[in-house]
Design a binder for this molecule. Structure first.
Ligand SMILES: Cc1cc2nc3c(=O)[nH]c(=O)nc-3n(C[C@H](O)[C@H](O)[C@H](O)COP(=O)(O)OP(=O)(O)OC[C@H]3O[C@@H](n4cnc5c(N)ncnc54)[C@H](O)[C@@H]3O)c2cc1C
Length: 618
């Protein structure tokens, strides 16, 4: 039965992939021509990577879509003629029913990602990091082992924690669910990167009236391996609000400064050595003309002395910085291992984990640091029966994208990450530039089909920008019985929807000032905007269910503080009610910081682990 369903699903996906591909085939572009078997394969593989609670309904909806072809054309969709298939796809894309639009969007975006990635992404090679410390890496763990300290999760929070513990002479095991890969394993922001280094192939979503797509890293180094490297310290007013509202000790700007400075030095936070990309300068010029505060944001990139080419830098992710330091100090790294739950025993924790090859393993530890990120940390704690103020207060930065067209060329295959952000209206909302490769542009233009079809020719004139709000909304993280991935829910407030609309309008204004000739917001049925007057067509509050929101910033699911009515841990990450269980990752941030969060996560991790070492001398 299952085989029959799989084969039926394959046929429908193949018909959908071919329809999307044929819609973009151009005589002048051999790389966009059929066959489209690679599109089908990519969509099927991505479907297999989805959370199980999304995978099954998506398959059922796809098969339902196939059967509806009988009503429309007398045959199942995958047996219809090419033109009849296109008509059925268009009808679902225009549907008033959200799940019909979402289904078409899902297939179209994945097929386009593969199609437009064909030329720019040569086949990726898995590259392991240098073997210098190979003896410190546990490739085949024994069924049972014991360590003084176990750190779960190797993103910025976990890597810094593990590194400083090992350098203090502690016996540390760092466990990571994903693979240990070097930066060279795939091109940044490519489809291959999604497959190798993102959780669920980058297909994660916070459910709610208006869904918010989000992505997380799942590899040694966590999000630091896939991110843009844009660095901010936590704004002083945010630190002050955490002190007042959550009674957090030790977070005045003076107390945090040494931690910011040490992390900035380690990851080489710096400005570009040469000129910023043209797309970045367009936003900056437009904002500056309006008298708004716009700045080049420094990044964790290392440039050779005297370098003048901004594209020559190397991202200082955790696998380039704290992980090698950790291994050099004698720490042990166990990749490809997922901790499922933890159980308290007399004077120790028992970890139930599963290694990708060896299967179930048990690890005992005197102390556990949980650094699995803002979604997985609360999910793991709740699966383990620890629930007080855990996973009830997820915050994120809801973000809306807009593609801008310029008469001159602003984009190129060497563009890299645009670095300017407009902070005039922060913390309520800010603007910045997004990744603008052809595959990303094709996906960002799904709401504007006429323009989308031109991506292959005009992409050097296109760039993607975003408006991001700090947001009042909250979410929950809940594990589901017998299902690996947790359910994440998030609701925007009315004022969030107004702030997003106002943020979008102001971003469009800045882009027109910067010379944009047309703008394409990520709102279903929103017309293209050709001049200032067209801005009146934008809604005053973003329409629920029609706005395509995303985020890459998630936090606050286990906030810290001495106010035990609101917080999950004390001011330094020790989980309330336990003596040897700590959290050190994005979950601890009491509220959304309104700026890119990794700077806050790194500084807090350093502060907390140094406090632990002072309180727990050997
Ligand atoms: C595409 C993208 C771009 C971004 N750009 C920026 C930017 O420019 N600037 C910025 O400041 N921030 C940026 N961010 C956000 C930043 O990367 C994250 O805030 C940061 O990585 C979070 O750190 P963390 O330590 O809390 O968790 P993570 O980095 O998420 O690391 C958690 C790790 O734990 C592992 N793990 C989870 N569960 C388990 C388990 N059960 N067992 C074992 N291991 C587990 C995961 O696989 C993961 O590797 C970006 C994020 C993304 C995805």
């Amino acid at each position: 039965m299952n085989q029959l369903l799989d084969s039926w699903f394959h046929d429908v996906v193949s018909a959908l992939a071919y329809s999307v591909g044929e819609g973009r085939a151009e005589t002048a572009r051999p790389d966009l021509q059929p066959p489209y078997n690679d599109l089908t394969r990519f969509v099927l593989n991505q479907h297999a990577r989805m959370a199980a609670y999304l995978r099954a309904p998506l398959m059922a909806a796809t098969l339902g879509f196939d059967v509806i072809g009988i009503l429309r054309g007398g045959r199942r969709f995958h047996h219809l003629s090419a033109s009849a298939r296109l008509r059925q796809i268009e009808t679902w894309k225009e549907s008033k029913i959200g799940f019909q639009r979402d289904l078409m969007r899902y297939f179209e975006s994945l097929a386009l990602l593969e199609l437009y990635g064909r030329q720019s992404n040569p086949h990726a090679n898995i590259v392991s990091p240098p073997q210098e410390f190979s003896r410190q890496i546990v490739n085949l763990p024994s069924a049972e082992s014991r360590f003084e300290i176990v750190v779960i999760g190797s993103g910025p929070g976990g890597a810094i924690t593990a590194c400083l513990l090992a350098e203090a002479g502690r016996k540390v095991l760092l466990i990571e669910e994903g693979e240990y890969l070097s930066l060279e394993s795939c091109a940044p922001f490519s489809k291959d990167e999604m497959v190798q280094k993102y959780r669920n192939g980058g297909q994660t979503v916070a459910m709610g009236k208006n869904k918010v797509a989000y992505v997380e890293g799942r590899c040694v180094g966590g999000g630091s391996e896939i991110n843009s490297g844009l660095y901010h310290r936590t704004p002083p007013d945010i630190l002050e609000s955490w002190r007042k509202e959550f009674a957090v000790d030790g977070v005045t700007p003076e107390e945090m400064r040494p931690h910011f400075e040490a992390c900035e030095k380690e990851v080489s936070v710096s400005l570009l050595p040469g000129a910023a990309p043209a797309a970045s300068l367009k936003l900056h010029d437009g904002a500056t003309r309006l008298g708004w505060k716009s700045l080049e944001v420094p990044r964790w990139f290392r440039f050779a002395a005297g370098a003048s080419d901004p594209n020559t830098g190397r991202r200082q992710s955790m696998t380039e910085t704290f992980i090698p330091r950790f291994l050099k100090a004698g720490g042990k790294l166990l990749p490809r291992t997922r901790v499922d739950r933890i159980r308290q025993d007399v004077g120790k924790w028992n970890l139930h984990a599963a290694h990708a090859v060896n299967g179930p393993i048990r690890i005992a530890a005197e102390t556990v640091f949980l650094c699995a990120g803002a979604v997985q940390t609360p999910a793991l704690l709740r699966r383990s029966g620890i629930t007080r103020n855990i996973g009830n207060s997820l915050r994120l930065h809801p973000t809306l994208k807009v593609v801008a067209k310029f008469s001159d060329e602003v984009n190129s295959s060497q563009m890299g990450v645009p670095v300017h952000q407009v902070k005039e209206f922060a913390p309520r909302f800010s603007f910045g530039c997004s990744i603008s490769t052809p595959p990303y542009l094709a996906m960002a233009l799904l709401d504007h089909p006429a323009q989308a079809r031109e991506v292959a020719q005009v992409w050097p004139h296109l760039a993607t920008y975003y408006a991001m709000i700090t947001g009042e909304g909250r979410g929950r993280v809940r594990p589901l019985p017998k299902i690996r991935d947790p359910l994440v829910r998030y609701n925007l407030t009315v004022s969030d929807r107004r702030d997003l609309a106002e943020g979008l309008r102001k971003l469009c204004l800045a882009l027109f000032e910067g010379g944009a000739t047309a703008l394409y917001p990520g709102i279903t049925r929103c017309p293209q905007l050709l001049n200032h007057d067209d801005l009146s067509q934008l809604p005053n509050a973003l329409p629920s269910g029609l706005t395509n929101l995303m985020t890459i910033h998630l936090f606050s699911s286990c906030p810290m503080g001495e106010d035990q009515s609101k917080s999950a841990t004390n001011s330094f990450g020790r989980v309330h009610g336990f003596t040897n269980l700590y959290i050190s990752d994005a979950s601890l941030l009491c509220t959304a910081p309104g700026v890119n969060p990794q700077g806050s996560i790194m500084a807090l991790a350093r502060r907390n682990v140094l406090k632990f070492l002072r309180r727990n001398p050997r």
